[in-house]
Design a binder for this molecule. Structure first.
Ligand code: MGD
Ligand code: MGD
Ligand code: SF4
Ligand code: MO
Length: 681
């Protein structure tokens, strides 16, 4: 049912992890205005441009509106309109055929950044169909932090932005643009206003860096060496919290030996940061009464992400900030359905052994298949064939590293179904495209499974276009066709009730409350083998393993998210496009001059693996040896014939998955040796 005319309260979503409480004005069945809610738990009135642009997204003329079947060759963009029944039957027939021929594991279920409950319904579908292979971008997004946290201290230590603190160590995170950690930067700004100190670790002098007490302009990809240098100083100069270390940690001597055997100067040199500056930062972090480490994607975008994250949890622990208010905490969930139960994990007991990545020795705690290994299975039958895929909320051609390999994998699949709100470069390769309903168009729950200890209500406010279905409904109907019916509902909204069931409240009541939050408690309990924080991983830190520049590739390439887009999403929204009209790479003016590049010039960026072009933006805020490129670019306006020019400015044309980290199958995204040149007019 559509809401009546008037203002309604809901939570933002699908323009990033979501979470801001917003007020939405509905008139005659349409959304006409969105503002921030002054009492919003995370945002306190704040709302960003992306959220407002969601209105344009809903009513965009080119939105997908009905299921389509491919009639031309893959990537040609020739389609035929079909009914939902035809579409679902076609997918079901193909999935069942592949299952019969190769086994259920030959069908992969792929998801991008989780948008809401659909992610977990997709995992249920994979499980009950019998496939252990849910493919996701978690190798680059949060799994390294979460798994390293579980191993080191038994939980995922999130920055406790909700309580006062004395210092924020912002490491490879740009929350003014990204609201990273699913938290909202508003809370961080509140802490700064109260007087908390700020230390920023970033090769770019970000807006927050300009407000920081200290900014360490680290070499991209050298965060492990920098964390080791912090540990070195804190241990050798006896700055650590002796009581915490003695009572609540194990492996301190091992950590000490593993790090102190290196010369501090050598560690510092590897990071490009002045050793005195590192010392100063280590001192203020260690000396602060309460200090939190807010870690971002940058620490995960290297093959050494597990060790980097472990080193950071050790830093939190030896400074006595782990499990402490105003430090890094265990944000416990409220009483809601446990993930394992919701996704019906028990019906697929061999999953951990059978998942594609288990055959490559990835960490057992990683429950989604890294894209690099998914494509290996598709292209090389290694460790076994994968022949069909269902993709929802994802655009792998832009989001997975090594785009040409992705293209080959998409072309090689026997069958591909894609659910999206818009025709993307990835969708061009599908056999069937499904039109998804999106935010405001169905009842949903946000932040489930994200580890931040709360869930938010996102009630339906308007009807979707006639033939657009919520992903949950699509999966429910597909589930009934390809798996035992007892796992599915007559009404997909029962998924919402199932999540809420342990809380004793129904969805309607939840909407009135808006948010359900678990307790943030101090803890001295660490659910590890020793019952203490384990400071050393079961192997040495792989120090001095980052890329070096040379004469051929003299600069280091890195990237960050655009404040006006979500990954590759929404380049088709005019409101956002006029604010961020084209892909720009940031180059230091001195370096630009050396290469004869002027502001606005088209620049070719080449790595050993490939090339792309972006427009030069000159700024002395970037470290002179670093090029900061934009990521996620394709050009919807260029049309289907050109396949939306997905290669032209796509950062993942220059990344490679030849050498990935063993733990998470993660490729090198940040800190790639590169060269630049001006493209002649
Ligand atoms: N080089 C490089 N690569 C990266 C990263 C990077 O920083 N640099 N970041 C990595 C990270 S952290 C992540 S999380 C991934 C993100 O990877 P993805 O999540 O695959 O990224 P998007 O490009 O945002 O693709 C999301 C798609 O979902 C669609 N969509 C939006 N709403 C809905 C909906 O309600 N239903 C359906 N069915 N579809 C919807 C959008 O139109 C879009 O096409 O990328 C990773 N890849
Ligand atoms: N606007 C917007 N918001 C988003 C997203 C989006 O695409 N757009 N994506 C969402 C998702 S899925 C995620 S995971 C989060 C990610 O959010 P963030 O963690 O903030 O991720 P990034 O923007 O990739 O990079 C953060 C910072 O790392 C710096 N950096 C680059 N290389 C290095 C390095 O080698 N070391 C260090 N220390 N820093 C480096 C960049 O300059 C940047 O300031 O954002 C979420 N929010
Ligand atoms: S910061 Fe994220 S959750 Fe908040 S309004 Fe913007 S897109 Fe929505
Ligand atoms: Mo992400």
């Amino acid at each position: 049912m559509t809401a009546k005319n008037g203002w309604f309260v809901t939570h933002c979503s699908r323009m990033d992890h979501g979470g801001c409480t917003i007020k939405v004005k509905v008139q005659d069945g349409k959304i006409i205005k969105i503002t921030g809610h002054p009492n919003g738990h995370l945002n306190k009135g704040y709302v960003c441009r992306k959220a407002v642009a969601a209105i344009e997204k809903l009513y965009h003329p080119n939105r997908l509106r009905y299921p389509m079947k491919r009639v031309g060759k893959r990537g040609s963009g020739e389609w035929k309109k079909i009914s939902w029944d035809e579409a679902l039957d076609l997918i079901a027939d193909n999935f069942l055929k592949v299952k019969e021929e190769y086994g259920a594991r030959a069908v992969a279920f792929c998801q991008g950044m989780p948008k809401g409950l659909e992610h977990f319904v997709l995992i249920r579908l994979a499980n009950v169909f019998g496939s252990p292979n849910v493919v996701s971008v978690q190798d680059l997004c949060h799994a390294p932090r979460e798994v390293a946290g579980f191993h080191a201290c038994g939980f995922y230590p999130v920055a406790d932005l909700e309580h006062p603190t004395d210092l924020i160590l912002l490491w490879g995170s740009n929350p003014l643009a990204t609201n990273e950690e699913g938290q909202i930067c508003r809370l961080l700004l509140d802490r700064l206003r109260e007087g908390a100190q700020l230390v920023v670790i970033d090769p770019f002098h970000t807006e927050l860096a300009s407000r920081a007490n200290l900014h360490l302009q680290v070499k991209p990809g050298a965060d492990l060496e920098l964390a080791a240098a912090f540990i070195h100083i804190i241990i050798s100069e006896k700055l650590y919290d002796v009581a915490f270390v003695n009572n609540l940690t194990s492996g301190f001597d091992k950590l000490k030996d593993a790090i102190l055997k290196y010369d501090l100067e050598k560690l510092a040199k590897a990071t490009w940061v002045d050793p005195e500056k590192i010392r100063e930062a280590a001192y203020v972090y260690a000396k602060a009464e309460r200090a939190m480490l807010l870690w971002g994607n940058a620490i995960e975008h290297t093959p050494r992400n597990y060790e980097t994250a472990r080193a950071m949890v050790s830093l939190m622990a030896i400074t006595g900030n782990l499990g402490r208010r105003g430090g890094n905490v265990w944000a416990k969930d409220p009483a809601i359905a446990k993930l394992g139960k919701f996704v019906r994990a028990s019906v697929i007991p061999n999953k951990r052994k059978e998942m594609i990545h288990a055959h490559f020795g990835a960490v057992p705690g990683l429950m989604t298949v890294p894209p690099a290994y998914f494509r290996k299975a598709v292209l090389e039958d290694d460790p076994y064939p994968v022949r069909a895929a269902y993709m929802q909320c994802t655009n792998p051609l832009l989001a997975y590293a090594d785009s040409e390999v992705t293209r080959r994998a998409l072309e090689s699949l026997d069958f591909l179904a894609v659910a999206d709100v818009f025709l993307t470069p990835t969708a061009l390769f599908a056999d069937v495209v499904l039109p998804a309903a999106t935010h405001f168009e169905f009842n949903d729950i946000g932040h489930y499974g994200l580890g931040h200890g709360f869930i938010v209500a996102r009630p339906k406010l308007v009807d979707p276009p006639e033939d657009c279905w919520p992903d949950m409904k699509i999966l429910n109907e597909l589930g009934r066709r390809i798996s035992p019916p007892e796992f599915w509902y007559d009404d997909y909204e029962m998924f919402l009730e199932e999540v809420l069931e342990p809380s004793g409240i129904g969805y309607e009541e939840f909407v009135k409350m808006g948010i359900l939050k678990g307790p943030v408690e101090q803890t001295d309990t660490f659910r590890t083998g020793s019952g203490k924080v384990e400071l050393m991983p079961d192997r040495e830190f792989n120090l001095f393993g980052c890329s070096e520049v040379d004469a051929e590739f003299p600069l280091l390439l890195t990237c960050r998210k655009d404040p006006f887009y979500l990954h590759s999403s929404y380049r088709w929204l005019e409101d956002l496009r006029k604010r961020s009209p084209r892909p720009e790479c940031i180059i230091h003016p001195d370096v630009a001059q050396q290469y004869g590049i002027k502001s606005g010039d088209l620049v070719r960026i080449e790595t050993q693996h490939g090339s792309m072009t972006q427009y030069a933006s000159l700024s002395d805020k970037i470290h002179p040896s670093v090029v900061m490129a934009a990521y996620g670019w394709w050009f919807p306006e260029s049309g289907v014939d050109k396949q939306y020019e997905w290669r032209k400015s796509n950062y993942n044309m220059v990344t490679s998955t030849k050498d990935v980290g063993k733990d998470f199958g993660t490729p090198l995204i940040k800190g790639i040796p590169c060269r630049i040149s001006r493209v002649a007019d």
